[in-house]
Design a protein around this ligand. Structure first.
Ligand code: E4P
Length: 221
């Protein structure tokens, strides 16, 4: 399973990129709004910062809902950073979103159909040619449903029907989500910076480092 980072924050992206684990970046209107910067400028900055990743998601803005408008916006977004091929148009799971997905796929543009909460939605998006689908597991857990189970079922279905759309497990809230979606067959997990940090940590690792340091200090080296 690959790792994307789920943020529009430059410092977080820089830091995660230094670890050598990043395959992509996802943003959404809420994450960009938090940064208080022009959306297109931030996407360009991110593309320049992580030239070696496979995907940088740029979501069509929530003020547009019709396919023709989404296409118009997407055609501007894919020009960013000199027509950077990493730019992946993130589209909502709606009829208009699917129509846009089909159109962009035919033009060779990468797409990420987001806000997936059922297996049927994932199947439709895959059939519309989506490069990626993003099931939101944390938000399902929030309403007492099983987010990881959804990822598992989508992975099974894509395998049965030989669909090459990649599953991005999204709305990841903690390290256990990461382990479980990896085992459930997600191709990618997009995770907040805080969770990347948590993945590196264990109390026994800290204790071990302290013990090595104390023992080393005893012999005066
Ligand atoms: C993914 O593409 C979304 O940006 C994100 O994972 C949503 O996460 P949240 O439910 O924690 O807002």
């Amino acid at each position: 399973m690959k790792f994307f980072i789920d943020t529009a924050n430059i410092d977080e992206i820089k830091q995660a990129h230094r670890l050598g684990i990043l395959s992509g970046v996802t943003t959404n209107p809420s994450l960009v709004a938090k940064e208080g910067i022009k959306f297109e400028d931030r996407i360009e900055e991110i593309c320049k910062l992580v030239p070696d990743v496979e995907s940088v998601s740029a979501e069509v803005t929530p003020d547009i809902t019709k396919s023709e408008e989404m296409i118009k916006q997407a055609e501007e977004l894919i020009k960013i950073n000199g027509g950077d091929k990493k730019i992946t148009i993130k589209l909502p799971m709606t009829m208009d979103g699917l129509e846009t997905c089909r159109y962009l796929t035919k033009k060779g543009v990468k797409t990420n159909v987001t806000l997936i909460f059922t297996v049927n939605q994932a199947l439709l998006a895959a059939r519309a040619g989506a490069t990626y689908v993003s099931p939101f597991l944390g938000r399902l857990d929030d309403i007492s449903e099983d987010g990881v189970l959804l990822v598992e079922k989508i992975a099974e279905l894509f395998l049965i029907h030989n669909l090459d759309t990649q599953i991005i497990a999204a709305s990841v809230r903690h390290p256990d989500h990461v382990t479980r979606v990896a085992l459930a067959g997600a191709n990618i997990a997009t995770i907040p910076y805080k969770v990347i940090e948590q993945l590196t940590q264990h109390p026994l690792t800290d204790q071990g480092i302290d013990k090595f340091a104390a023992d080393w200090a005893k012999v005066g080296k």
